[in-house]
Design a protein around this ligand. Structure first.
Ligand code: ATP
Ligand code: MG
Length: 414
């Protein structure tokens, strides 16, 4: 039997419907914002990716599917879409028609990585790019469109994180101060970060190794070193995001894995996919078009990982979360838990308990597995008191509640 290649997946009937839904949603939402589709080839000259993504990046250093074809040309199966879209934009002089282009694409990308859940060698991206607008309103618009897409899919996860990487005016000085900081701690960094210290010191900030995280915990942040232009751009973008109700948090350690980014960078991050936490990512690339031989026009864009979105949707279908899990220790507490559970269910809340009265540890494990929003722990003391601690599992907060069905219901659904 001949099998498929590791990291290259078949998408079978049963799952393909979810893919079609994601793709159709992207097309519908992006078109509302004025984006037109562009289809770019899978194979490009290797040089395109080396020049744009950068030599000292994971993609170019170790992830590219490059080979020499029968005509002795070095070609690469595209690892991402932005470089190709910009190559086409320049090659076909789209900027002569209108420097402001809004383009989206979707299709397979190829990276030689270690396959695992949410990380494959052939994977799919839906991406969007805007050229020719420097005003921070476009940054806010692109981010708002991205969040709109996820909201249309009914996903409240993932959450938007933003940062600024500065520009060629302010980043070099920051880079030097970061290097000075890292120099003192080189022996605590992983091999990759030590090797990249000269060419790409910023990568140490988002390295996944625990040692690097610890060693760089109080490293200087780009956000504190922005020049006036970049600082104003960042504040204006935040103001626009707030005005239109696009929620975000600032992650000043986000550096992204591609060299072409300037100023705004962002990720949509989930807690549901382990180490594969970025579901979409992107940023502004004001120097890329001119670096590739085009005019000095700015750009901004993102790419969404389709497999990761499909995994989130699956997660959503299968996890109907209980509102409350009641853990009860001892027969009397079990009886009281049962009474509360039935009463709360009648009032419309989804409640779970362990009917067999297992150990507290095993009951809490079950509550975790079910991803219940709240937990209530009942033991002898609580029965005597007539009250117990209601713990909000998402917020990590807790409140004392009486053992009264209506009172608990108000806490579950305020
Ligand atoms: P990661 O840190 O997970 O490696 P990345 O920074 O390399 O991600 P980008 O190059 O920014 O990812 O690509 C944008 C999106 O494409 C990611 O947020 C992710 O959802 C998806 N993606 C990237 N690489 C893979 C892969 N090998 N398999 C599946 N999806 C991927
Ligand atoms: Mg990667």
């Amino acid at each position: 039997m001949i099998t498929g290649i590791k990291g290259f997946n078949d998408i079978l009937p049963g799952e393909v419907e979810s893919w079609q839904h994601i793709e159709a949603t992207a097309r519908r939402v992006f078109e509302l914002y004025g984006f037109a589709e562009i289809r770019i080839p899978i194979l490009e000259k290797t040089e395109l990716f080396c020049r744009s993504i950068g030599d000292a990046t994971d993609i170019v250093e170790k992830e590219m599917y490059s080979f020499v074809d029968k005509g002795e040309n070095s070609v690469t199966m595209r690892p991402e879409g932005t470089a190709s879209v910009m190559r086409a934009f320049i090659e076909h002089k789209l900027h002569a028609l209108d420097p402001v282009a809004k383009l989206y694409y979707l299709g397979p990308m190829f990276r030689y990585e270690r396959p695992q859940k949410g990380r494959y060698r052939q994977f799919h991206q839906i991406g969007a790019e805007v050229t020719g607008v420097t005003d921070p309103k476009i940054d806010a618009q692109v981010l708002t469109m991205l969040c709109h897409f996820f909201a249309e899919l009914g996903l409240t996860e993932p959450a938007l994180q933003i940062n600024s990487l500065g520009c060629p005016d302010c980043r070099p000085a920051y880079r030097e101060s970061l290097k000075a900081f890292l120099r003192e701690r080189l022996d605590r960094l992983c091999d990759d970060c030590r090797r990249r210290y000269e060419a790409n010191p910023l990568r140490a900030l988002d390295c996944k190794s625990a040692h690097c995280k610890e060693a760089t915990a109080d490293a200087p942040a780009m956000l504190d070193h922005l020049c006036t232009g970049c600082d104003d751009h960042f504040s204006a973008m935040r103001r626009h995001l707030e005005r239109v109700g696009t929620t975000y948090s600032i992650n000043n350690r986000m550096v992204r894995g591609l060299d072409y980014y300037t100023r705004t960078t962002f990720e949509l991050v989930t807690g549901l996919l382990g180490a594969q936490s970025a579901v979409a990512a992107g940023g502004r690339y004001d120097g890329l078009i001119s670096d590739l031989g085009g005019p000095a026009i700015s750009g901004i864009g993102f790419a969404i990982g389709l497999e990761r979105v499909a995994l989130l949707l699956k997660e959503k279908e299968f996890t109907r979360r209980p509102d409350l899990f009641i853990a009860a220790l001892g027969d009397e507490a079990q009886d009281e838990a049962f009474r509360l559970m039935c009463g709360l269910q009648k009032l419309g809340s989804a409640i779970e308990m362990d009917y067999e009265g297992k150990s507290l540890k095993s009951q809490m494990r079950r509550s975790d597995k079910l991803k219940s929003r709240f937990t209530l722990i009942l033991g002898g003391d609580e029965l005597v008191k007539g009250g117990a601690m209601l713990k909000n599992m998402d917020a990590g907060t807790q409140a004392e509640v009486p053992l009264d069905i209506k009172a608990i219901a108000t806490h579950l659904n305020p």
